[in-house]
Ligand binder design. Structure first.
Ligand code: AMP
Length: 282
């Protein structure tokens, strides 16, 4: 695997690969890689001649300094995992390569309110930071497809919106959520959980599955409350939000409309914030 820390050298390499007719898949990450990230690398390898991953803990998408400071970093283990999955390129930039102090202007976005719902409500500024780093990658790198996890459901919508707003010729491919044996969605932040909280956190996906299996539109509010209670009954867990929305727009559900529904949740497990979701087809 080739490792690039500088944009210019990487860009040159990618442009030459494109000229020789190779397709390029891109898997952006913040590192501390697990099987969820590897599923994205596998999907990219399946579809493209070249797979490029990045590890960049983007300071602009953290709304809490303590979350940024405590974010797990394990580059050597990450490199080994990417190599074993036959990733071809790793982009490992220092912050100045992504946000140079000169020759870079912060973009403005119009997410039409999408950045203020759900995750956006509880993490002010988070999605503008996500949009900023993704737009930067789109501007400085060359790739055909970007691989994103369904675990971060709202983030996928935000990134698609960035691509639409600025008309980039890049395809987004989404990949289902990889889970621990107890159903907990894999996440780099799981490394920060105590064994007890990690075990208990299996109830999050169990509750989402219950909502999907027993789903009745007419009793949705009651069901959401019951699911919240199920999760909050665990000693170390506390629901921040558990919300149903239109799966395509993330807007409130219109009464009686037979749309696909997504139920998204954020749960605090002690000081670690976990997110998950489930889609219920309409
Ligand atoms: P992160 O390193 O958390 O920024 O995630 C990088 C990419 O991996 C994002 O597209 C995530 O949605 C995706 N991802 C994270 N966790 C999982 C998972 N458990 N299953 C599938 N994809 C995931």
């Amino acid at each position: 695997m080739l490792i690039f820390k500088e944009v210019n050298a990487l860009k040159k390499y990618l442009d030459e690969a494109k000229k020789s007719g190779k397709s390029i898949g891109f898997v952006p990450t913040m590192g501390a890689l697990h099987a969820g990230h590897m599923a994205l690398v596998k999907a990219s390898n399946r579809d493209n001649d070249i797979t490029m991953s990045s590890i960049f803990v983007n300071p602009r998408q953290f709304n809490e300094q303590s979350d940024f400071d405590g974010y797990p970093i394990q580059i050597e283990a990450d490199v080994a995992k990417l190599e074993s999955e036959n990733c071809n390129i790793l982009f490992l930039p220092p912050v100045e390569e992504i946000y140079p102090t000169t020759s870079y202007e912060k973009p403005t976005f119009d997410f039409d309110g999408l950045d203020r719902l759900m995750e956006g409500e509880f993490r002010p500024g988070h999605f503008v930071g996500v949009g900023e780093v993704i737009k930067r990658f789109l501007d400085i790198l060359t790739f055909d497809r970007m691989y994103l996890g369904e675990k971060d459901y709202q983030q996928v919508q935000i990134i698609k919106s960035v691509i639409r707003q600025f008309d980039y010729a890049v395809e987004v491919v989404t990949v289902p959520t990889e889970r621990e044996d107890n159903g907990l969605a894999m996440s780099s932040r799981n490394l920060l959980l105590t064994p007890e909280a990690r075990e208990e956190a299996g109830v999050i996906y169990k509750s989402l599955r219950w909502l999907k299996e027993e789903f009745k539109y007419d009793s949705l509010d009651d069901m959401l409350n019951t699911a919240k209670e199920k999760i909050n009954a665990s000693e170390h867990l506390e629901v921040e939000y558990l919300t149903a929305a239109d799966a395509n727009t993330l807007q409130d559900l219109n009464d009686g409309e037979k749309t696909s529904i997504v139920i998204c949740t954020a749960v605090w497990a002690n000081k670690v914030r976990l997110i998950d979701n489930i889609v219920i087809e309409g």
